[in-house]
Design a protein around this ligand. Structure first.
Ligand SMILES: [Zn+2]
Length: 326
């Protein structure tokens, strides 16, 4: 979490504290003439937790940003990072106590979003992901360590295009969660998760906010379709939706929470990447010659000294464009 988000979170917590004290005080003053003692201030959220809007927030430890929904009537988690940070997240989810979690959703198969699944499995009713995710997760684990696929925890509920879950019925803490897959992008199994009442959208790794992204061609990525996915997402959700991103630049002034325009910045980066590589191919450059650029001109917010991921991005873009020709 960067400083901007810490300050934002502190402001939200402060306003909630004032509201709850005011409400309690008015209830007490109606029933007794004795001076009401000040109720204790609400417990601050544990380290790494930030509330965004209406029972929905994020947790950041290490890896892809975790989203959470926590109300008296519904509990949900989006992505699980790694076992150590998953344990911290599980211990700190607001209002949980010993309640089970209604649903865990994996935005895609990458280890920094699913390696904490074993920590959550005993306390979640179901794990949801796109239908390509278990296979991609199994293959990625096998590439890293042939015995690792058996130690993965996979989704038990998968879908092809859209998925929806209503939690909490007509109670005050109810929420409706939607997920949709718009084709290959960062991987071959990305989904977007929308908390309808909170109006919060978790983009998984479909947005790396102002930092060169991972483009997992071996895991089914498509830069060309990723551009379309971001344009579709920007048109799909309400204009004032709060967006959660898997990653942001560590040194950047941009964080893992943002708005619709940030999707279009990511779209422009991917478009600029393909355009640059297309021009280089047309000029007769080889893959090796193309994949040497330190930073992509025109995108200063992404710039950082080597080592950075631009070299890999250029290589993937080259492979995608040249395969498209054959
Ligand atoms: Zn990823």
């Amino acid at each position: 979490m960067n400083r901007r988000h810490f300050l934002h979170a502190s402001a939200i917590a402060a306003s909630l504290g004032l509201l709850s004290r005011g409400r309690l005080f008015s209830q007490v003053s109606q029933t007794t003439s004795a001076p009401a003692p000040l109720p204790p201030a609400p417990a601050p959220l544990p380290d790494g937790f930030v509330t965004l809007r209406r029972n929905v927030g994020i947790f950041n430890g290490r890896g892809g940003t975790i989203g959470w929904l926590a109300s008296p009537d519904a509990l949900a988690v989006v992505d699980t990072q790694f076992p150590d940070t998953a344990a911290k997240c599980l211990a700190g989810i607001p209002l949980r106590g010993d309640r089970r979690i209604d649903v865990l959703i994996n935005t895609h198969h990458h280890g920094d979003h699913t390696a904490g699944n074993p920590v959550f499995r005993p306390v979640v009713d179901k794990i949801v992901a796109h239908k390509n995710v278990p296979g991609l997760q199994r293959a990625a684990a096998a590439r890293g360590n042939p015995s690792a696929p058996d130690r993965q925890v996979y989704a038990d509920t998968t879908f092809a295009d859209t998925w929806k879950l209503e939690l909490g019925g007509t109670r005050a803490g109810a929420e409706t969660i939607h997920a949709r897959h718009l084709g290959p992008a960062h991987t071959g199994g990305d989904i977007i998760v929308f908390f309808e009442k909170a109006n919060v959208v978790h983009m998984g790794d479909l947005v790396f906010n102002r930092v060169y992204p991972v483009i997992d061609r071996g895991g089914g990525a498509s830069v060309t379709n990723w551009i379309t996915v971001l344009e579709t997402a920007a048109k799909t959700y309400p204009a004032d939706a709060i967006y959660v991103f898997g990653h942001a630049g560590a040194a950047s002034r941009f964080g893992v929470v943002g708005k619709r325009d940030d999707l279009l910045v990511m779209r422009d980066y991917l478009t600029g990447l393909l355009d640059h590589v297309r021009r280089q191919i047309a000029a007769g450059k080889t893959r090796g010659e193309i994949a040497t650029l330190e930073n992509l001109p025109g995108f200063p917010d992404y710039h950082m000294p080597r080592p950075n991921r631009l070299t890999a991005n250029l290589g993937v873009a080259y492979d995608e464009l040249t395969n498209a020709k054959t």
